[in-house]
Design a protein around this ligand. Structure first.
Ligand SMILES: C[S@@+](CC[C@H](N)C(=O)[O-])C[C@H]1O[C@@H](n2cnc3c(N)ncnc32)[C@H](O)[C@@H]1O
Length: 220
């Protein structure tokens, strides 16, 4: 499926903790959004604004509870910012805790995590149905899943716009043929439901361009 390099790869330069921005910084970042969409994370930090890649982490931090397993973690920004958990990826990004060959076969016990998350990655995972079922296995009863996802057409545009600032697309060397550029609300909902999650709700953020899905693993 992939030819992933063995050497650790830099996802971002340095910064790996995301803090909730002040109201003033959030407002300034909203006004500057069209510019930020063209900038790298590092360039956005230099302007003291919130990089668009951090918006999903900030939103997910609001909904994370307990021990988090972040699948497709990149440089592990979400888990590091939350403070408790494990980041898993198929690519050896610097900062990732566990590199796996297939995220549908995780080296973790049943019911081990309070929150299992997939930030901006389900579309990149070819066997996404099986990967979410595996995530369900390791979610504690009463625990939750978080997914952030952009819709397909907007996703194609954003991936095109940000290609040169996107470490994932620049470096991962994975066969991109089986990836989707985004997923519809119905598609994400169906996958979560098929895996066994219930009470699936979602909320748009950043001008409605992105969406977070939250769902629960039933207690019995
Ligand atoms: C757009 S990046 C998002 C990274 C991180 N979640 C974030 O929000 O910054 C997509 C991530 O999905 C990972 N990925 C790609 N294919 C995968 C697979 N089959 N299983 C697990 N993760 C995968 C990539 O290595 C990359 O880290």
């Amino acid at each position: 499926m992939s030819s992933v390099p063995n050497e650790p790869m830099d996802y971002y330069d340095g910064v790996s903790i995301v803090e909730r921005p002040s109201v003033a910084k959030t407002l300034a970042s909203r006004v500057a959004f069209p510019v930020l969409a063209l900038l790298s994370r590092e360039q956005s930090y230099k302007l003291h604004l919130t990089p668009i890649d951090d918006e999903r982490v900030i939103m997910a931090l609001k909904h994370a509870k307990g021990k988090v397993l972040d699948i497709g973690c990149g440089s592990n920004t979400f888990v590091r910012s939350h403070g408790e958990g494990t980041g898993v990826d198929v690519a050896p990004w610097k900062g990732c805790d566990v590199v796996v060959e297939d995220a549908a076969k995780l080296p973790f016990e049943n019911d081990a995590y309070d929150t299992v998350s997939y930030l901006a990655c389900l579309n990149h995972i070819p066997n996404r149905d099986d990967v979410v079922k595996e995530g369900f296995r390791v979610t504690k009863p009463g625990g939750r899943v978080l997914v952030t996802m952009i819709p397909p057409r907007l996703g194609s545009f954003i991936h095109w716009l940000r290609e040169r600032n996107d470490p994932d697309h620049k470096q991962r060397h994975i066969d991109h043929a089986h990836e989707l550029m985004g997923m519809s609300r119905q598609h994400v909902t169906r996958i979560l439901k098929d895996a066994g999650y219930t009470d699936i709700r979602s909320r748009a953020f950043v001008f409605g361009l992105n969406r977070i899905f939250i769902a629960d693993k039933p207690t019995s």
